[in-house]
Write a protein that binds this ligand. Structure first.
Ligand SMILES: NC(=O)c1ccc[n+]([C@@H]2O[C@H](COP(=O)([O-])OP(=O)(O)OC[C@H]3O[C@@H](n4cnc5c(N)ncnc54)[C@H](OP(=O)(O)O)[C@@H]3O)[C@@H](O)[C@H]2O)c1
Ligand SMILES: *[C@@H]1O[C@H](CO)[C@@H](O)[C@H](O)[C@H]1NC(C)=O
Ligand SMILES: *[C@@H]1O[C@H](CO)[C@@H](O)[C@H](O)[C@H]1NC(C)=O
Length: 336
């Protein structure tokens, strides 16, 4: 007769096998950029690169010989990061420029500075982002997370597009826009294009809280901001493809990464390190095999499927138009 007995040593072995299997699975799927591509002569902007995933991304790209512009809101923190990056990469061609995404004035000043000082721009990595737990409005009168994660990067992309297209045409090679999104967008089931600023929802009182909207609203706004990042990446890729312009645009989920962003979850030691979390951003910036791939969503250095809503092309088109209005893009700033 077959008897299955679970004595202590057995269950220990089972637990060990599961742990090892999980670790193997995790290591196999976490995604590493294997490209050894050099970036000598290339100019790269990484936003929010004084810490976390952005700093790890900038360090890797600096090690490949590129000219790296750290676009950060806090110059003091950015200069400390710059010194570290220069020291570790042995590449002195790393500079800091001020960029605060919660201010359209700051974004326009940054873009004008880049246009003035940089003859070329090969790679633009929109990495900066925030996850709020409270309600805030920016100086431009927009919801704080929406502007930091989506409207600000949207405006900056539009302002730098001309320079990037020129660069691609001169180099006869695609230049690249990389947008850090998030799987957090899966939590969003609908998108109200008439209230991208969440003015209505933020003012609505609910049974959860008589003072302001419910506890989940900031999380929903975060997911929405990342959904917009993915949708607008696809729409920009489509617009550029129609015109045959040498610029690719892709978005990505970095994974669950242990950074300042997730500092509240220190116990989650299975999270990726910043260097691991930077792999998909680096891959999209340098890998040769995807030099013609555009409008896709990546996870662990592989094409992945975003949510159904994130794949709605008609929706993406409308979102682009509404966004142009909300960031008050001037006629002379419009490329399309
Ligand atoms: N960590 C994760 O598990 C995870 C998961 C999915 C997606 N992501 C995304 O990955 C990206 C990087 O996140 P991280 O984990 O590395 O976070 P982090 O450690 O908090 O770094 C975020 C960076 O963005 C900058 N930033 C925030 N607001 C800004 C503003 N208004 N203007 C300019 N820069 C601003 C921060 O600057 P300060 O240092 O001055 O605050 C910092 O450099 C974000 O877009 C995030 O949404 C992260
Ligand atoms: C965005 O929302 C804030 C707060 O509800 C409001 O003050 C502001 O006027 C709104 N801005 C736009 C452009 O709708
Ligand atoms: C990308 O497209 C160009 C032009 O069509 C082609 O010459 C090149 O081989 C393609 N590269 C890859 C990696 O497919």
């Amino acid at each position: 007769m077959f008897v299955f007995s679970f004595d202590v040593p057995n269950s220990l072995i089972v637990a060990l096998i599961f742990t090892v299997a999980f670790k193997i699975y995790y290591e196999a799927t976490k995604g590493v950029c294997m490209s050894s591509k050099r970036l000598d002569g290339k100019t790269i902007i990484v936003t929010g690169s004084n810490t976390g995933i952005g700093k790890a991304t900038a360090l890797d790209l600096a090690s490949r010989g590129g000219r790296i512009i750290l676009a950060c809101r806090n110059l003091k923190k950015a200069l400390v990061a710059k010194d570290k990056i220069v020291e570790k990469s042995r590449n002195p061609n790393v500079l800091v420029k001020e960029l605060d995404l919660t201010s359209f004035t700051s974004i326009r000043r940054f873009a004008a500075d880049v246009q003035k000082t940089e003859p070329k721009l090969h790679i633009l990595i929109h990495n900066a982002g925030c996850g709020d737990i409270e309600q805030k409005t920016t100086e431009d009168g927009l919801e704080h997370q929406m502007q930091t994660n989506y409207f600000g990067p949207f405006l900056l992309t539009n302002l730098l597009l001309g320079l990037m297209i020129e660069t691609g045409e001169k180099e006869k090679e695609n230049v690249r826009i990389v947008n850090v999104g998030s799987d957090g967008h899966f939590s969003v089931g609908d998108l109200n294009l008439d209230d991208l600023n969440f003015s209505y929802e933020r003012s609505a009182k609910t049974i959860w809280s008589p003072v302001q909207n419910n506890l989940w609203l900031p999380i929903k706004i975060y997911g929405t901001s990342k959904l917009c990042v993915i949708l607008s990446s696809c729409e920009l890729a489509r617009k550029l493809e129609i015109l045959g312009k040498p610029v690719t645009v892709n978005s990505l989920h970095p994974g669950g990464v242990y950074t300042e962003f997730s500092r509240f979850s220190k116990i989650l030691s299975f999270l990726k390190s910043p260097a691991e979390g930077a792999q998909t951003s680096i891959y999209l910036a340098v890998a040769d095999e995807i030099s013609n791939v555009s409008g896709q969503y990546f996870r662990d250095c592989k094409i992945a499927q975003p949510s159904e809503l994130a794949r709605d092309k008609e929706f993406a088109k409308k979102l682009w138009e509404v966004s142009e209005r909300l960031v008050r893009l001037e006629p002379k700033e419009k490329f399309f």
